[in-house]
Design a protein around this ligand. Structure first.
Ligand code: PMV
Length: 302
């Protein structure tokens, strides 16, 4: 039996802009999805969603992984058990984490010889197949860990500060929000293109500050990025409430992470302020999660 785990992620900068080829900075977080895989005489996939066989409705990512791994080794049956610390469908990369961890678990169990780049590539093609469209960011960061400038794929220094996540619990459809931004861009091309370009520039400016661990400057830029996300229409009252609750409680910065509309915000905080930020988010009635950056991408568990 093999157990592998892979982390979720938050965006420090650049969601939506990355869809148009601009840069983004993405950070793996220490909330992981664990996948246990054992050889078996039939296919069994178990998670909080239930226990199924190969099932593209209930377990589309894992079922697709098993299907695709058949190109490397004949798999007659396998028992998969999934456990996750990541809230599902809230912009924290839960689907990328389960896909990456499952590929690596089967890669190890059947000695397929896939390298990390292959794992990331296969995970991206599965996300694209299941979701219709997906950028390679989530799957790449979940595989490699750390902090990454994408699409350049440059690894930056790790973040030492606390990361506090606020989850509105409101469903957010990445597809719908990406399409809303596209419509707004069609209507006001000069304005929206300038904003998206500015978000990308911010990721580039921030690269150096991340590497110097200058959290004050990173924070200022993240707050500007938040304003621009609001400007392109992916904010909302629930998200803004969490953004300002975090800032008022002493966060270095706070912004939407991921597609927006609903889903999560991310706040950076110093060690002494993190608990206060956590409480402030919780007091709004939202789910608060305290975590950190992890340099570890997909890994084998003991
Ligand atoms: O909400 P998430 O984690 O699916 O992130 C979406 C990020 C976008 O830039 C809006 C879309 C993408 O595919 O990069």
């Amino acid at each position: 039996m093999i157990t592998c785990s892979a982390p979720g992620k938050i965006y420090l900068f650049g969601e939506h802009a990355v869809v148009y080829g601009h840069s983004a900075i993405c950070c793996a977080i220490d909330l992981r999805t664990r996948v246990q895989a054992a050889k078996h005489d039939s296919f069994i996939i178990g998670s909080v969603l239930g226990t199924t066989g190969l099932d593209l409705e209930v377990h589309p990512y894992v079922s697709k992984v098993i299907e695709m791994m058949q190109d490397y080794k004949r798999i007659e049956g396998v028992r998969i058990r999934i456990e996750s610390e990541l809230p599902v469908g809230s912009g924290l990369g839960s689907s990328a984490a389960v896909t990456v961890a499952t590929i690596q678990a089967l890669n190890q169990l059947y000695a397929c010889g896939l390298q990390l780049e292959d794992v990331a590539g296969m995970a991206h093609s599965i996300e694209r197949e299941v979701q219709g469209n997906a950028s390679p960011t989530d799957t790449y960061v979940s595989t490699m860990g750390g902090v990454m400038l994408v699409p350049e794929r440059r690894k930056l220094k790790g973040l030492d500060c606390q990361i506090v996540i606020g989850n509105t619990g409101k469903f957010s459809s990445t597809k719908e929000l990406v399409s809303n931004v596209a419509k707004l861009r069609q209507e006001f091309p000069e304005i929206i293109d300038t904003i998206l370009g500015d978000i990308g520039k911010m990721a580039h400016i921030a690269e150096e500050h991340v590497n110097r661990k200058d959290y004050g400057t990173i924070g200022k830029l993240m707050n500007v990025n938040q304003g621009l996300l609001d400007a392109i229409g992916v904010g909302g009252a629930e998200l803004s409430e969490l953004v300002y609750a975090a800032r008022n409680a002493g966060a270095i910065s706070s912004k939407i992470t991921g597609a927006g509309g609903g889903g999560c915000i991310v706040a950076l905080a110093g060690r002494e302020d993190a608990d206060e930020v956590f409480r402030a988010i919780k007091n709004t009635g939202a789910q608060a999660i305290l975590t950190r950056n992890t340099h570890e991408g997909v890994r084998m568990e003991p």
